[in-house]
Each structure stands twice: as structure tokens, then as C-alpha cells.
Design a protein around this ligand. Structure first.
Ligand code: ZN
Length: 165
């Protein structure tokens, strides 16, 4: 079974704003929940390394991630360098996993069907349903024009009751 991006802990490079060797906390996020990731930075042979420690299920894991700085016209931008060599702004930890890595390494897929119920407190979910109903209503108008409304009207009313919109 393929793991979805939405099921993973996401760690954004923006969280690594420190530039000293002290210990700091970054946050990883998954479906509105947060997890603390402790990190400290070290500089070796021109490499900037983040030593991170996090909890995966009940185990404490540690990992070293290289941080690469890229020169851009409007200033330098930092990226994680994944184990595969890719530059990424976000690394993922699969549920119960050992290490943060890019989408390709974890072979992650996006949730394509439907809209998550919890997203934005369910607002998007409802809007998605509403859009679906509106579409059906359009069809009903056309159906009425054709002179055979009953089935579509029935299904529309049923869905409306079921979804509570
Ligand atoms: Zn990778």
C-alpha cells in the first residue's frame, strides 16, 4: 500500500532558522498535529549539518541532515539535502518511520480522491459537497427540460440529506 503525503510528519526548512551550535526545537506537522524535533547545527568542512532527534511512536531516533545554501538573486535560500541528493524544502517522516526523507525516497503519493473532512475544520469538505450538489442541480434543470426529472431529483434530495448541506 502506498503511503500518502497527508499521513506523514512534515518538516519544513523554515523551522531551522538558528545559526548557532545550540540546541533548538523545530516543529514537524501532520494533519494539524505538531511534533517537536530537537536540533543543533554543526559546521564541518564547509558542510552545514543538522543533528536532529525526534520520537517515532515510542522510540527516540536521531538523524543527521545536510543543509545546503543556494545563492539566489534575492538572497541565499536553504534546503535540506535528502539522502538521495535532492534539495528539498520539506522532508517527510512516515508513521513509525526511522528517518526524514523526500517524497521520492518514501514513494509518497498525494491524496487525490475527495477532500479530507478535517481540512480547515471541514469547511473545504462542505464546499466540495456543495459544489457537487450544485452540479447535480444543474443536471436536474436540464433533466426537467427533457421531461424526466424524478430519478435525479430523488437522488439530489437524498444526497443533500445525507451530507447535511
Ligand atoms: Zn530523497
Amino acid at each position: 500500500m502506498l503511503t500518502k503525503v497527508e499521513q506523514c510528519w512534515k518538516l519544513n526548512i523554515r523551522e531551522f532558522s538558528a545559526n548557532d551550535g545550540l540546541s533548538h526545537l523545530a516543529k514537524a506537522e501532520c494533519d494539524g498535529q505538531e511534533m517537536s524535533v530537537a536540533y543543533s547545527l554543526s559546521y564541518t568542512n564547509d558542510l552545514k549539518l543538522a543533528n536532529i532527534t525526534f520520537q517515532s511512536y515510542d522510540e527516540v531516533k536521531s538523524q543527521i541532515i545536510e543543509i545546503e545554501s543556494v545563492e539566489l538573486p534575492l538572497g541565499d535560500k536553504e534546503y535540506f539535502k535528502c539522502q538521495c541528493g535532492r534539495r528539498c524544502s520539506v522532508l517527510y517522516l512516515i508513521p513509525g518511520g526511522d528517518r526524514f526523507a523526500c517524497r521520492n525516497c518514501h514513494k509518497l503519493v498525494y491524496q487525490v480522491k475527495g477532500v479530507s473532512k478535517s481540512l480547515m475544520g471541514g469547511v473545504l469538505y462542505k464546499m466540495n459537497r456543495l459544489a457537487c450538489l450544485m452540479e447535480k442541480r444543474e443536471k436536474i434543470r436540464r433533466a426537467l427540460y427533457d421531461g424526466r426529472p424524478t430519478k435525479r431529483v430523488e437522488s439530489f434530495i437524498k444526497l443533500r440529506e445525507k451530507w447535511g448541506v
